[in-house]
Design a protein around this ligand. Structure first.
Ligand SMILES: [Zn+2]
Length: 159
C-alpha cells in the first residue's frame, strides 16, 4: 500500500466520521418552535384538561366535538377523513369563499377557483365562481362596501 493510498483512506474515513457526526447532531437538534409563546404556555396547551378552542371563532368546545357549536367550523382534524362528515367540512370551506372573509392571495384564489370543478357540475361551478368573485370584490380594498354583510370584513393579507 502506497503512502498516498493510506492518506486517501484516512481522509475518507475522517470525512465520513465528520459527516456522521453532523448527521447525528442534525437528528438530535432542538425542535423548531414557531410559536411565539413560552414553555409555560406550551405546557398548559398540552395538559389533558385543557379546553380546546375553535380555530375560527375562538369559542370553547367539547374535546370530542367534530364541529364548532358556535360557527360550524370543523374542529376535529379527522373530519376530513370521514366519508360522511367531510362533505360538511368541504361545504363549509366553499361557503367561506362566497360569504366570509379569507386570506386573499393567489393560492387561496386559485384554490377557490379550482376546487368547485372537482365537486360541482360545470354549470354550478360557474354560479359558484360568480358568487365567489362578488365576495372577492367586497374583500378587495376598492370594494364599494355598502353591503350590510361588509361589516367586519376586511382584507386579511397581513400574514
Ligand atoms: Zn367556531
Amino acid at each position: 500500500m502506497t503512502p498516498e493510498t493510506k492518506v486517501l483512506i484516512l481522509a475518507v474515513a475522517g470525512l465520513s466520521l465528520c459527516g456522521c457526526w453532523l448527521l447525528f447532531r442534525w437528528f438530535r437538534g432542538p425542535p423548531s418552535t414557531p410559536n411565539p409563546w413560552d414553555d409555560k404556555i406550551e405546557e398548559s396547551l398540552h395538559r389533558p384538561d385543557a379546553t380546546p378552542l375553535c380555530s375560527r371563532c375562538l369559542e370553547p368546545h367539547q374535546t370530542e366535538a367534530r364541529f364548532c357549536p358556535n360557527c360550524g367550523a370543523a374542529v376535529d382534524p379527522l373530519v376530513a377523513f370521514s366519508p360522511y362528515l367531510y362533505i360538511f367540512a368541504f361545504g363549509d370551506m366553499l361557503r367561506a369563499g362566497t360569504a366570509r372573509r379569507f386570506r386573499v392571495n393567489w393560492v387561496t384564489i386559485l384554490g377557490f377557483l379550482l376546487l368547485p370543478l372537482a365537486f360541482f357540475p360545470l354549470l354550478l361551478a360557474f354560479v359558484y365562481w360568480f358568487v365567489f368573485l362578488r365576495n372577492l370584490q367586497r374583500l378587495s380594498p376598492t370594494g364599494d362596501g355598502d353591503s350590510p354583510r361588509d361589516t367586519g370584513i376586511a382584507r386579511s393579507d397581513d400574514s
